[in-house]
Write a protein that binds this ligand. Structure first.
Ligand SMILES: *Cc1c(COP(=O)(O)O)cnc(C)c1O
Length: 358
């Protein structure tokens, strides 16, 4: 490895965060959501680290499920959006994937299949997010059809929250109420809670929780409390200072001269840019750590580099270690300075950045 940009992945922190999720939802089983290559952290490596204790893994699609099975992962795997066409059912059967059913088309494909062993399906209600799922009116009928299907064995009833991250907003309770009404007589295990709901809405936990972002050490809550402090960052996005500049008042740094010095300023150039996945929209003042000391981004982020203020870190020099997010700088802080969320930062890390496991 030559260029110093790298993402160091702490699989022990991932395991610890999973245990924390399980401790918050002590009576639930947990689907560890590792879609999108484990939110950019490397799904196979994370699955290996957790395979002894994961109740199941959750992925977005069969391509992601195949990668896990082909790497020897034997835990149950759930396709969170189910299948996109009937031709997937052969692999679902052969490799024993669970699948969400959120519409009538998927239901028909399943009814018409003749698998070697029964399917495990997660029937999804649209309880208010209005993205995927059966309406309250159609839910019971879809359930009855699945029950009548000789090759459907386990059924889990599921839904997904739109606003569980908003701790002062009761939309989650409204969705919970709708779900309870629609599923009242169906007598099956239920699954509702994403990370936000695991952290903040214990009444939603049910039989299966589905932690995602919290496993990577970022809290999704708008006002994080106690329950979030135990989360450990899994990714350390790091690089090094590769050049230092002394600028005088009135001089500017970078494209568009976005930052103009108002006093003598020492600037460090870091080998990390938007082509690595660092957000181009990060504003001046976005926190960055150099040699474990907190400072700020100044000037526009370029494709391969960004610039930071070293005025208060006189010992920093080419070769100094830089953390873009990790133990010193929360990904959430960088996200809020870039008008985005930690989810997008993590999944946006590009293949130019090597993932190193420790
Ligand atoms: C991605 C996803 C999750 C995990 O959500 P987080 O907010 O990352 O915890 C849970 N359930 C479903 C259906 C998902 O698609």
């Amino acid at each position: 490895m030559y260029r110093p940009a790298r993402a160091v992945i702490d699989t022990a922190a991932f395991v610890s965060n999973y245990r924390h999720a399980k401790s918050l939802a002590a009576n639930s089983r947990a689907v560890a959501v590792i879609k999108a290559n484990g939110y950019g952290h490397g799904a196979v490596r994370l699955a290996r680290a957790l395979q002894m204790e994961a109740d199941a893994f959750g992925v977005a699609c069969i391509e992601e499920a195949l990668e896990l099975r082909e790497s020897g992962i034997q835990n149950p795997i759930l396709l969170l959006e189910g299948i996109f066409g009937p031709d997937e059912l052969e692999l679902v059967d052969k490799l024993d994937f669970g699948m969400t059913i959120h519409n009538r088309r998927q239901l028909e494909w399943i009814e018409n299949a003749r698998p070697a062993r029964p399917f495990n399906v997660w029937l999804k209600l649209d309880s208010g997010m209005h993205r995927l799922g059966f309406s309250s009116e159609d839910f019971a009928q879809a359930f009855a059809r699945l029950k009548a299907c000789p090759h459907v064995e386990d059924i889990v009833l599921m839904s997904h929250f739109a606003r569980a991250d908003e701790t002062g907003e009761d939309a989650t309770l409204t969705q919970l109420e709708r779900f309870k009404q629609a599923s009242a007589n169906l007598q099956k295990p239920v699954s509702l809670a994403n990370s936000s709901a695991i952290l903040h809405w214990p009444q939603t936990h049910g039989d299966w929780v589905r932690p995602g972002i919290m496993l990577y050490g970022a809290t999704p809550l708008d006002r994080p409390g106690e329950e979030s402090t135990a989360l450990k960052p899994v990714m350390q996005l790091q690089s090094e200072i590769i050049a230092v500049r002394e600028l005088g008042p009135g001089e500017a740094v970078g494209y568009g001269a976005r930052f103009v010095c108002d006093k003598p300023t020492r600037i460090g150039v870091v080998a990390m840019g938007y082509a690595d996945g660092y957000p181009r929209h990060a504003r001046d003042g976005t926190p960055v750590a150099v040699d474990d000391k907190k400072t700020r981004l100044i000037g526009r982020v370029s494709m391969d580099m960004l610039t930071v203020d070293l005025s208060d870190i006189p010992d920093a020099a080419p070769g100094s270690q830089v953390e873009l997010w990790g133990d010193h700088i929360a990904a959430n802080e960088v996200a809020s300075h870039s008008d985005t969320i930690a989810y997008q930062l993590f999944t946006g890390i590009t293949r130019r950045v090597p993932l190193l496991y420790r």
